[in-house]
Design a protein around this ligand. Structure first.
Ligand code: HAM
Length: 418
C-alpha cells in the first residue's frame, strides 16, 4: 500500500507535466481573452452544498462523494465538481451586486468514488467556466464558442458538439408526468435507486448507468418535446447564434446531464477516443442554482472539461505539444577552485534568466559531459584552473561540436545572443 497510489489516482510526472502546463496555459489564455477571470475555490466544502446544488437524487451525491467529518464533527466533502463551489463563492462574496455578467474560470481537481476505467478516475482534473447574471442565449453561444476556439487553438478536430434543452421547472412538471406514465409498466425491473427516483425525481432515471435501466429509458419521451414557449425561444436563439458563428452541432434529445441543477440549454462535446461515455466536456444553464443555494435569483451557465480526457484526445489525434526540455549551458568543472567559481557563475546566469546547470556530485569530466548530453544542453564549457587563470574558456555547441573561445566574463552576453 505504501508504494501504490490509491485506486483511481495517479501521479503526473515531471516527464509529462509540460503537456498539462501547456493545455492549462492555453485554456486560461482563451478564458482571459473572453473576459473570464480565474477563481480558486476550496478542495472541500460543506456536504450540504453538494446535496442541495448537485442534487441528492444524483449518482454523484448518492454514490460517489468522498464525505468525512472533521474534528469538530462538521460533514465535509471533497468537491466532486466545481460549479457548486463557484456558486457558493459568488453568493458569499456578494458578486450579485457587481456589474453582470460575472465571468469566472477555473482549473481544479475533483473527486468522485467511481468505477475506475479508461477516462474515468477518482481524482481527476477539470477546466471550467461559470457565468452569472445573463439570461439570454447570447452567453450560451459565447461559452460554446470559447470551447470551440480552445479546441481549434490546440489543433483538435472532429469533436462533436451535441446540444439539447431540458426546459425549466414549468416544462419539467408536464414532462415528469409523461415520463412517469412511460416508466410505470417497467417499474418492477428498474434498479432499487431508480425505483426511489421514480417518485422523487424521475428524470434521474434517464442517466442511470445500470444496464436494465439504460435499456428501459431508450424509448422514453424526450424533454425537449415538452418545453414551454419561453424555453423553445431560448433554444432557437442558441441555435441561431451558433449558426451565425458557423459552429456545427447536432441536437441530441437524449442529453439530460447527470446533475440536477440544469435548466434550458445543456451540451456536451463528444469523442470516441476518451472511454465508454465519450464526453470530453459537458455543461449547461442553471438558472435556479444560485437561489437553491440561498443566493439572490440569478441565471447562470457554465461547462467543465475533463483534462485527462482532453489529453487523451490530443494523443489520439496525434497532436504534438512542444516540449522545451533543453538547457542553455552546462558548466563542466575540474577541481575545487573551478567548482566554486562556477557555482557563483551559475547563480548569476540563473539570475539573468538562463537555464544553466553544473555538477553537484563531484563527478568525473566524462560523467559531467554525459549529464550535459542527457539534459539536452545546447552549450557546454569546461572550466578548470587554466580557464580561471586566463579568464577564458571554450564554449562548445553540442549539436555540431563547434567551439569558440570567449571571456568567462562574457558568457551572459554570449547566451543573450544565441
Ligand atoms: P460533468 O459532466 O459531471 O459536469 O463533468 C464534466 C467533465 O468532467 C466530463 O465531461 C468529463 O470530461 C470529466 N469527468 C467527469 N467525471 C470524471 C471522472 N470520474 N474521471 C475523469 N473525468 C471525469 C460537471 O462537473 C459540471 N460541473 C459541468 C458544469 C459546469 N456545468 C455547468 N457548469
Amino acid at each position: 500500500m505504501l508504494t501504490k497510489a490509491p485506486k483511481g489516482t495517479r501521479d503526473i510526472l515531471p516527464s509529462e507535466i509540460y503537456k498539462w502546463q501547456a493545455v492549462e496555459a492555453a485554456f486560461m489564455n482563451i478564458c482571459n481573452s473572453f473576459g473570464y477571470k480565474e477563481i480558486r475555490i476550496p478542495v472541500f466544502e460543506h456536504t450540504e452544498l453538494f446535496k442541495r446544488g448537485v442534487g441528492d437524487s444524483t449518482d454523484i451525491v448518492q454514490k460517489e462523494m468522498y464525505t468525512f467529518n472533521d474534528k469538530a464533527d462538521r460533514s465535509l466533502t471533497l468537491r466532486p465538481e466545481g460549479t457548486a463551489g463557484v456558486v457558493r463563492a459568488f453568493i458569499e462574496n456578494g458578486m450579485a451586486s457587481v456589474p453582470q455578467p460575472v465571468k469566472m474560470a477555473y482549473a481544479i481537481t475533483c473527486y468522485r468514488y467511481e468505477n475506475v476505467q479508461k477516462g474515468r478516475y477518482r481524482e481527476f482534473h477539470q477546466f471550467g467556466v461559470e457565468a452569472f447574471g445573463a439570461k439570454g442565449p447570447e452567453i450560451d453561444v459565447e461559452i460554446i464558442s470559447l470551447l470551440e476556439l480552445f479546441f481549434k487553438h490546440l489543433g483538435l478536430k472532429d469533436l462533436l458538439l451535441k446540444i439539447n434543452s431540458i426546459g425549466c421547472s414549468t416544462c419539467r412538471k408536464t414532462y415528469n408526468d409523461a415520463l412517469k406514465a412511460y416508466l410505470l409498466p417497467h417499474l418492477d425491473r428498474m434498479c432499487g435507486l431508480c425505483k426511489e427516483r421514480y417518485d422523487r425525481n424521475p428524470m434521474r432515471v434517464i442517466d442511470c448507468k445500470v444496464d436494465v435501466c439504460k435499456e428501459i429509458v431508450k424509448d422514453a419521451p424526450a424533454l425537449i418535446d415538452y418545453i414551454c414557449g419561453e424555453c423553445q425561444e431560448h433554444f432557437e436563439g442558441l441555435k441561431a447564434g451558433l449558426d451565425n458563428l458557423g459552429i456545427q452541432y447536432v441536437v441530441d434529445k437524449s442529453i439530460v446531464r447527470g446533475l440536477d441543477y440544469y435548466t434550458k440549454t445543456v451540451f456536451e462535446f463528444f469523442s470516441h477516443n476518451v472511454g465508454t461515455q465519450g464526453t470530453v466536456c459537458g455543461g449547461g444553464r442553471y438558472d435556479g442554482l444560485v437561489e437553491t443555494c440561498c443566493g439572490p435569483t440569478t441565471p447562470g451557465i457554465g461547462f467543465a472539461l475533463g483534462v485527462e480526457r482532453l489529453l487523451m484526445e490530443i494523443e489520439s489525434q496525434d497532436i504534438k505539444i512542444p516540449w522545451d526540455n533543453c538547457i542553455d549551458l552546462f558548466l563542466v568543472t575540474i577541481g575545487k577552485q573551478a567548482d566554486d567559481f562556477c557555482a557563483k557563475l551559475v547563480f548569476e546566469l540563473r539570475d539573468a534568466g538562463f537555464k544553466v546547470q553544473k555538477d553537484l556530485m563531484a563527478r568525473s569530466v566524462k560523467a559531467q559531459m554525459k549529464s550535459a548530453d542527457k539534459l539536452g544542453s545546447n552549450y557546454t564549457m569546461v572550466v578548470g584552473d587554466d580557464e580561471i587563470v586566463s579568464g577564458k574558456g571554450k564554449i562548445r555547441r553540442m549539436n555540431d561540436g563547434s567551439e569558440e573561445e570567449i571571456d568567462l566574463s562574457e558568457i551572459k552576453e554570449f547566451l543573450k545572443g544565441i
